[in-house]
Ligand binder design. Structure first.
Ligand code: NAD
Length: 475
């Protein structure tokens, strides 16, 4: 745990282990943060806020800039650790470390642009100004699927704004968080500005982050179920909240699109991180005229995806994070097949008799998906491509919007006007048009409806950590 600038042991002596999902080998022992330790971390961030919030944005920028450089210098070792602890391939892990570093650079730059306004009044002699000020101490909770970038996407804008932070990573990826914090802290952030707690059970953190009066803001990335729980508790205590939650992304291929190009795009994004991404396509709507060639191309690509340990150069897809993930996927696939879906490829565990050898599931394609199937409604978070064919474009858009989620959506078409009309009709906050990677530190990321509140990244990302003061002046 990093508390008040020092790496500390916990007060209760309890340790837990982090495991490699490729082979279930223990990777290291982690301090199980007690409630007392969490309170100490909050207090240290609270004390540090006084001077950090008054520091020059140029000073904050310089530290963030140095942290960016430091993360990139450690890109290979961080990526290796990520592959060991989270499972994704080393190539994907390296890309994630780069993405994680991007947020530090972006907010090193944005720190200098936290400007207010000078506003005219209808009364002569009166002027208004607005000033942006940091919200206070931030409590941050992150998931395991992007174990480093989800940390910097919160830490960088919070620090740039002048907030201090206490962060709790997922209990599945604490080592990635510890290494990231070591590298960031090394550049010399003052004591108490960044604090890391690593409890095995999340309940005390959730309770304190939503109730302790020293915490002004909760930022959470994870499931909609937990986000809703934390938001309701925060609501009672009127804390500011940002939530990045689940998704159920539609991927619409219009009849004029090149089905081969669309199939290549889909296989690149769908099986990335073994499908464990909030923006992973989870319902693929393909026009019936091009379905056959689309499915054939997808099948050819998917059967060549080599599944294995992410540190093996030949592996193109790693394991899932745990056994529960496998159970969830199996249940969705079984339900779909029982209700008439057709299995084109996969649909099974790899090493079925020995999950101890890793939580591997075959990349899977299923067609003939119908609205009465679980997979049509639920986020899968696994390597399954469920395909639905349609006749009319409006029918596809209607089905795409038929979900409680509103995070990402994808459109494939050569017609710009159709793309723009569809983009406007889709109730999703991130839309890729012939683009399977519509994300960057420079643009806002977040969800509508049950996919969350607020945005991370881009100019909007720093606003989540700022208050606006309005000042009237009579001259
Ligand atoms: P999760 O909700 O189970 O856990 C996320 C974090 O919340 C973990 O750190 C966990 O320990 C903590 N947590 C769990 N219960 C808590 C409680 N009662 N109080 C406080 N903290 C608690 O989610 P997960 O399985 O780690 O992550 C997968 C989910 O995250 C998926 O639904 C995915 O779509 C979502 N996700 C969203 C985004 C986004 O930007 N929208 C990004 C990545 C992941």
């Amino acid at each position: 745990m990093l508390i008040n600038g020092k790496w500390k042991k916990n007060t209760n002596g309890d340790l837990y282990k982090s495991f490699n999902p490729s082979n279930h080998e223990a990777l290291g022992s982690i301090e199980d943060t007690s409630k007392e330790d969490i309170l100490e971390a909050i207090e240290s961030a609270y004390i540090a806020f006084d001077s950090w919030s008054k520091s020059s944005p140029y000073e904050r920028s310089k530290l963030l800039y140095n942290a960016w450089k430091n993360i990139l210098e450690n890109q290979n070792s961080l990526a290796k650790l990520m592959t060991l602890e989270q499972g994704k391939t080393f190539k994907s892990a390296k890309a994630e470390v780069k993405y994680a570093a991007d947020f530090l650079l972006w907010y090193a730059e944005e720190a200098k642009r936290i400007d207010g306004k000078f506003i005219s009044s209808e009364k002569s002699g009166q002027k208004f100004i607005t000033q942006k000020t940091p919200v206070g101490v931030v409590g941050a909770i992150t998931p395991w699927n992007y174990p480093i970038s989800m940390i910097t996407r919160k830490v960088a804008p919070a620090l740039a704004a002048g907030c201090t932070i206490v962060l709790k990573p997922s209990e599945y990826t604490p080592l990635c968080a510890i290494e990231t914090f070591k590298i960031i802290q090394e550049v010399g952030f003052p004591c108490g500005v960044i604090n890391l707690i690593t409890p095995l059970k999340p309940d005390d953190t959730g309770e304190l982050f939503t109730s302790d009066s020293r915490i002004s803001k909760l930022t959470f990335t994870g499931s909609t179920r937990v986000g809703r729980l934390l938001a309701s508790k925060s609501g009672y205590n009127l804390k500011r909240v940002s939530l990045e939650l689940g998704g159920h992304a539609p991927f619409i291929i219009f009849p004029d699109a090149d089905p081969v190009h669309a199939a290549k795009g889909l296989s690149a994004i769908k099986f990335l991180n073994s499908g464990q991404a909030c923006i992973s396509p989870n319902r693929i709507f393909v026009h019936e005229n091009i379905k056959e060639i689309f499915v054939k191309t997808l099948h050819e690509r998917v059967k060549n995806i080599k599944v294995g340990n992410g540190l093996d150069d030949r592996s193109m897809m790693g394991p899932l994070i745990n056994e529960e993930s496998i159970f969830k996927i199996e249940s969705q696939v079984k339900d779909a097949l029982e209700k008439g879906a057709k299995l084109i490829f996969g649909g099974k565990k790899i090493n079925p008799n020995s999950l101890r050898k890793g939580y591997f599931y075959s990349p899977t394609i299923i067609t003939d998906i119908k609205p009465n199937m679980k997979i049509y409604r639920e986020e899968t978070f696994g390597p399954v491509a469920p395909i639905i064919s349609y006749k009319e474009s409006n029918e596809a858009i209607k089905m795409a919007n038929d979900t409680e989620y509103g995070l990402a959506a994808y459109i494939y078409t050569k017609e710009i006007s159709l793309a723009m009309r569809t983009m406007e009709k889709l109730n999703f906050a991130i839309i890729g048009i012939n683009d399977v990677n519509p994300t960057s530190s420079a643009i806002p990321f977040g969800g509508m409806s049950n996919s969350g509140l607020g945005r991370e990244g881009g100019q909007e990302g720093i606003e989540e950590y700022l208050e606006t003061k309005s000042i009237g002046i009579m001259t």
